[in-house]
Design a protein around this ligand. Structure first.
Ligand SMILES: NC(=O)c1ccc[n+]([C@@H]2O[C@H](COP(=O)([O-])OP(=O)(O)OC[C@H]3O[C@@H](n4cnc5c(N)ncnc54)[C@H](O)[C@@H]3O)[C@@H](O)[C@H]2O)c1
Length: 257
């Protein structure tokens, strides 16, 4: 169960680590959790941008640089979080090579395939491994960012699709291994416009982009952040090992040409 003790005014007393938080969905999740009173450690490969956005988020945001595919960096990063805060209540594995498109299968190199798998699938395993002892102490929770591409595909997306399918399976395996103290769930976004505001203004989405969705619009980082925050909350205390699709209904839409 989640420990609600230790809160100061404006804080819920809990600490979250969000990977890949220098931009996009990870940044949106970090900002949302801070609004809910969490202290958030943003982590990313991109040290310059990560430090800048953490500073902009204010006193309840910190930044640490980490390549999630490198076990030594993951171990050192988690130790740094514990050194700074003395506790960890939530892990959000969001960092990924997020472009789903690879070369054609015939020209896909083993090195490219291995790097996508290392970041998108081995990364969350390494983070869960090194965070588990601390999450266990406070009845913490893990949320992994998968994708609707774990269940449907376009051509030339083998590495990304396989990594996200693996991540959904890793999620339920972890839920069995780490329960009852730690809950583990996955969120699978559909099309989320995670671009910077300046990019969104420069290249706005078309009416058709929005209208094809049963919800009438493309998703936002807040749509995903709200689901992640709920899964980390005590309201989700009976929910583990699951995958939650946040896609405006696209995977439920029957499409025949
Ligand atoms: N945007 C979408 O439409 C969408 C849809 C489905 C799933 N997702 C998933 O949501 C998550 C966030 O997507 P996004 O669109 O915000 O991506 P993004 O590319 O905007 O951000 C990803 C972040 O991860 C960081 N990163 C990459 N490799 C890393 C590594 N080895 N170690 C640490 N950090 C690393 C990048 O520097 C970047 O800041 C990803 O897991 C992605 O697969 C996104």
């Amino acid at each position: 169960m989640i420990d609600w003790t230790g809160g100061e005014p404006g804080h819920n007393g809990r600490v979250a680590l969000v990977t890949g938080a220098a931009r996009g969905i990870g940044l949106g999740i970090a900002a949302w959790l801070i609004c809910e009173g969490w202290q958030v450690v943003l982590s990313d490969l991109d040290r310059q941008r990560g430090s800048k956005v953490a500073k902009a988020l204010g006193d309840n945001a910190w930044f640490i640089a980490m390549d999630v595919a490198d076990e030594a960096q993951v171990s050192a990063g988690v130790s740094e979080v514990l050194g700074q805060f003395g506790r960890l209540d939530a892990l959000v594995c969001n960092a990924a090579i997020a472009n789903p498109h690879n070369q054609t299968l015939e020209s896909l190199s083993l090195a490219q395939w291995n790097r996508v798998l290392a970041v998108n699938l081995s990364g969350p395993m390494l983070l869960a491994k090194h965070c588990a002892p601390y999450l266990r102490a406070h009845g913490g929770a893990i949320v992994n960012l998968a994708s609707t591409r774990s269940r449907q595909s376009e051509p030339d997306t083998e590495a990304y699709a396989a990594s996200k399918g693996g991540l959904v399976a890793l999620t339920h395996a972890l839920a069995m291994s780490l329960g009852p103290e730690i809950r583990v769930n996955a969120v699978s976004p559909g099309w989320i416009d995670a671009r910077d505001p300046s990019q969104r203004r420069a290249e706005p989405l078309s009416d058709a982009d929005h209208a094809q969705h049963p919800t009438g619009r493309v998703g936002t980082v807040e749509d995903v952040a709200a689901m992640v925050a709920w899964l980390l909350s005590r309201q989700a205390g009976f929910v583990t090992g699951q995958e939650f699709v946040v896609d405006g209904g696209m995977t439920r839409k029957m499409i025949y040409t």
